[in-house]
Design a protein around this ligand. Structure first.
Ligand SMILES: Nc1nc2c(ncn2[C@@H]2O[C@H](COP(=O)(O)OP(=O)(O)OP(=O)(O)O)[C@@H](O)[C@H]2O)c(=O)[nH]1
Ligand SMILES: C[S@@+](CC[C@H](N)C(=O)[O-])C[C@H]1O[C@@H](n2cnc3c(N)ncnc32)[C@H](O)[C@@H]1O
Ligand code: SF4
Ligand code: SF4
Length: 351
């Protein structure tokens, strides 16, 4: 990708010496930042958005320059892994300039990984640029390989476009991990097919338990919930699974499928929560920090960011927010009610 003047303009900080790292009240080091760069999306997945979602006015969003300042402040405070998400991150205008600007933190060695989670619809256009900006792997969400079911679950998505995006990512040399939300009565019968398909293309696969977020409307999230313990037991009837110690810094726990060598991850916030080793916080597209995905508590970082050209106030506000990070989430399916429902949309905080 050709050097971009806007990106050069971003690079005003060559990272002053690293500050004291971010440690929360439970002695967990915060090294992983997930940033939602837009609440917009070209899909309307049923577990994530309502069909008639209204989006924020553009002026509410952090500008690309502000996103740069925000992320750079976190990198100075010890964040080593930066995941860009949304909404659909690749529908944000100018987003490649932002990726390009962030690559300077990879080059300096301060940031170990720059990556994104995407629905894959725009990868034909952007895979090469992402690779050039230093992205090495992408997580692509895909719940089914059946075209009609794909249209049903994403409402607006088209499967062939996403499959072409996956091809483009692999061709560009990006490592691909597929994220599949396991939904009872929807893709239950496809898990083996999906896992064989990923193995045949040398892609990792992670199954995610559906979380009770967003406005449920007519959606029965409780009825859709499927414990990954059951799924694991089913996969075990085909081949032994060996627990792997390795971690990506994310919440997935991995197993190796003995018969094929394939790696499969499980993200099980409900049936086995991983809060005790939580290392991450989230920034919304409007500059709020959520220190837990499963809690409503948050604080505003946009005001301190905009208050001054210096980042001192922003850094103080970040530390203050981390000092309030809760121990874990409040999701609760056990009472078979939606008490544990978090009314915020995933697209706002970025999942
Ligand atoms: N409850 C909970 N769920 C999370 C958390 N982080 C990620 N998830 C869930 O896992 C999904 C997949 O996460 P990804 O965006 O692929 O990121 P990741 O799992 O950190 O990715 P890797 O770097 O590949 O490990 C998210 O959309 C959420 O549904 C977390 O901190 N708490
Ligand atoms: C909110 S999306 C944002 C990034 C991108 N648009 C995508 O779909 O990959 C991030 C992830 O959140 C997951 N997700 C959304 N709503 C969820 C829910 N209610 N429970 C579990 N995962 C959810 C999606 O499947 C996706 O893997
Ligand atoms: S899960 Fe991702 S692709 Fe689906 S509606 Fe939410 S933000 Fe869009
Ligand atoms: S639910 Fe909250 S505390 Fe638990 S892993 Fe996710 S973000 Fe961390």
């Amino acid at each position: 990708m050709a050097p971009n003047t806007l990106a050069q303009g971003f690079a005003r900080d060559t990272l002053p010496p690293m500050k004291a790292p971010l440690i929360d009240p439970f002695q967990r080091a915060i090294e992983y930042l997930r940033v939602s760069v837009t609440d917009r999306c070209d899909f309307r997945c049923v577990y994530c958005m309502s069909e008639n979602m209204t989006f924020l006015p553009k002026k509410e969003l952090l500008s690309l320059e502000e996103l740069d300042r925000m992320c750079s402040a976190f990198v100075r405070l010890g964040v080593q892994k930066l995941r860009i998400t949304g909404g659909e991150p690749l529908v944000r205008r100018g987003i490649m300039t932002f990726f390009q600007a962030m690559s300077r933190h990879l080059e300096s060695g301060a940031l170990k990984e720059l990556t994104l989670t995407t629905n894959g619809s725009q990868l034909v256009k952007f895979a090469d640029d992402l690779k050039a900006a230093g992205v090495r792997r992408v997580n692509i969400s895909l719940d089914t390989l059946d075209e009609a079911k794909f249209a049903q679950i994403t409402r607006w998505g088209r499967l062939p476009q996403v499959l072409k995006g996956i091809d483009a990512a692999q061709k560009a040399g990006l490592r691909v991990k597929i994220n599949t939300v396991a939904l009872k009565g929807f893709n239950e019968d496809e898990l083996e097919t999906l896992s064989d398909w990923c193995a045949s293309r040398d892609m990792d696969l992670t199954f995610i338990e559906v979380m009770p977020m967003g406005d449920l409307g007519n959606e029965d999230r409780l009825g859709q919930y499927w414990s990954l313990k059951d799924l694991r037991a089913r996969l075990e009837t085909r081949s032994p699974l060996v627990d792997l110690p390795e971690r990506t810094g994310g919440p997935a726990r991995y197993v190796r499928v003995e018969n094929t060598g394939q790696k499969i991850g499980f993200i099980t916030p409900l049936s086995h929560n991983f809060c005790e080793s939580c290392n991450r916080v989230r920034i919304t597209c409007t500059g709020e920090i959520y220190t837990c995905l499963g809690q409503e508590g948050h604080s505003d970082l946009r005001a301190p960011l905009r208050a001054s050209e210096s980042d001192a106030q922003l850094e103080d506000a970040i530390r203050a927010a981390i000092s309030l990070k809760p121990k874990g989430h409040d999701f609760d399916y056990s009472r078979q009610t939606v008490d544990g429902q978090v009314s915020r949309h995933m697209s706002h905080t970025g999942g």
